[in-house]
Design a protein around this ligand. Structure first.
Ligand SMILES: NC(=O)c1ccc[n+]([C@@H]2O[C@H](COP(=O)([O-])OP(=O)(O)OC[C@H]3O[C@@H](n4cnc5c(N)ncnc54)[C@H](OP(=O)(O)O)[C@@H]3O)[C@@H](O)[C@H]2O)c1
Length: 291
C-alpha cells in the first residue's frame, strides 16, 4: 500500500559555530525560507555549538511570537559536554535525572524565548537512567505545558520498551542512511511500527559520504548517480528516497545549511524508489549480494 512520505525536519546542528556561524538575520532568513516551502520543524539539541546554537536561533524568534507560532521546535537533553561553556562538567557524561532534565528544559525555553518546546528527546541512553523518574519528570513537564511531545534518540529497542512502561515514547531519532543500515535490521524500525513511534533519521544522506572517500562511499555514490539519471533527480534526492522507501515512514532530519539543498530534499518526498533500486543501493552499501 502506497503511503505518503513525511516532509523532512530541518536540522540546525550546523547553523551556528559548528558550521555556518549564521548571524541573527541569517537565522531568520533561513527559518522563513523553510516556512515558504512548507518545512516548519527544526531540530536542535542543548549541546549544539557547545550550548550556543539554541540561543542564537532563539534570537531570531525574540519578540516575534508570530514566527514562533509557525514553527515546531525539537530539542534534546541528557549529554553533559566538556566545554569552557560548562566549566562544572569534569567528564563527558550522560544525565537523565529529574533535576537535569528539568533544568535543561528551562534553559531551552529561555534560549528560544518561548514557553513550550514541541518535542523533547533524550539525546543518548544514559546507562544510569531511572525510567520511573524520567516518566514522572516528563509527565510533569507535559502537564505544565512546557513540552508537547516526548521521545528518545540512539536508544536500543529494550531501552525504549523499558521506558514505555512509564511514559509513551512518541519519537525515536537514530542514524539511518545508506551508509548506516543498522536500524533496518536491529529491530528499531520494527518497534517504531509496532508501537506507533515516529522514526526520525539523523545524517540521512550518509555520514561522511561527501567528505570521506572510502570504497563504500564510492560504490554508493556511483550507484546513486546512475539511479539519479533514471529518476531525473539529484544524488541527494536518491539518498533520501532510499530512506523513504521503507514502510516505517521514516522522517529524515536533514543537515544541509544550503537552502537549495533543503528545497531539493523536500522534493525527494515525491520519489518512489523501486524495490530493486533500493536493493541496488543496499548492495552498494554492503558490498555484497543479499543472501
Ligand atoms: N540525535 C542525534 O544524535 C543526532 C546526531 C547528529 C545529527 N543530528 C541531527 O541531524 C541533522 C542532520 O545531520 P547531518 O548534518 O549529519 O545530516 P546530513 O543531511 O546527512 O548531512 C549534511 C551534511 O552533508 C553536506 N552535504 C549535503 N549534500 C552535499 C553534497 N551534494 N555535496 C557536499 N556536501 C553535501 C552538508 O553540507 P552543506 O551544509 O554545505 O549542504 C552537511 O555538511 C543535524 O542537523 C542534527 O539536527 C542528530
Amino acid at each position: 500500500m502506497k503511503k505518503l512520505h513525511h516532509k523532512p525536519i530541518v536540522g540546525c546542528m550546523r547553523w551556528g559555530i559548528w558550521g555556518e556561524n549564521f548571524t541573527t538575520s541569517q537565522y531568520e532568513q533561513k527559518i522563513n525560507q523553510c516556512l515558504e516551502i512548507g518545512l516548519d520543524i527544526f531540530d536542535h539539541a542543548d549541546i549544539y555549538g557547545h550550548y550556543t546554537t539554541e540561543a542564537e536561533f532563539g534570537n531570531a524568534l525574540k519578540g516575534n511570537t508570530n514566527l514562533r507560532s509557525q514553527i515546531k521546535i525539537i530539542t534534546k537533553c541528557g549529554i553533559n559536554m566538556l566545554t569552557p561553556n560548562r566549566p562544572q562538567h569534569a567528564i563527558k557524561s550522560y544525565d537523565t535525572s529529574a533535576a537535569h532534565i528539568t533544568k535543561s528544559v528551562e534553559q531551552s525555553l529561555q534560549n528560544f524565548h518561548t514557553d513550550y518546546i514541541d518535542t523533547l528527546l533524550i539525546h543518548r541512553p544514559d546507562i544510569l537512567i531511572d525510567v520511573e523518574e524520567v516518566g514522572a519528570t516528563i509527565t510533569a513537564l507535559k502537564k505544565a505545558g512546557k513540552i508537547k511531545s516526548f521521545g528518545v534518540s540512539n536508544f536500543t529497542t529494550s531501552q525504549v520498551a523499558l521506558l514505555q512502561k512509564y511514559i509513551p515514547v512518541e519519537h525515536h531519532q537514530v542514524e539511518i542512511s545508506v551508509t548506516n543500515l543498522n536500524a533496518f535490521e536491529n529491530g528499531i524500525l520494527d518497534q517504531c511500527q509496532l508501537e506507533k513511534i515516529e522514526a526520525q533519521s539523523w545524517s540521512p544522506m550518509g555520514n561522511g559520504i561527501f567528505t570521506e572517500n572510502t570504497n563504500q562511499h564510492s560504490r554508493i555514490l556511483a550507484q546513486a548517480d546512475s539511479l539519479s539519471k533514471g529518476y531525473e533527480c539529484s544524488v541527494n534526492q536518491i539518498l533520501l528516497a532510499f530512506i523513504y522507501a521503507h514502510p516505517s515512514q521514516i522522517v529524515p532530519v536533514i543537515g544541509t545549511t544550503k537552502f537549495e539543498r533543503i528545497s531539493e530534499a523536500k522534493k525527494a518526498m515525491e520519489i518512489e524508489l523501486k524495490r530493486e533500486d533500493f536493493y541496488k543501493l543496499w548492495t552498494a552499501s554492503t558490498g555484497k549480494e543479499v543472501a
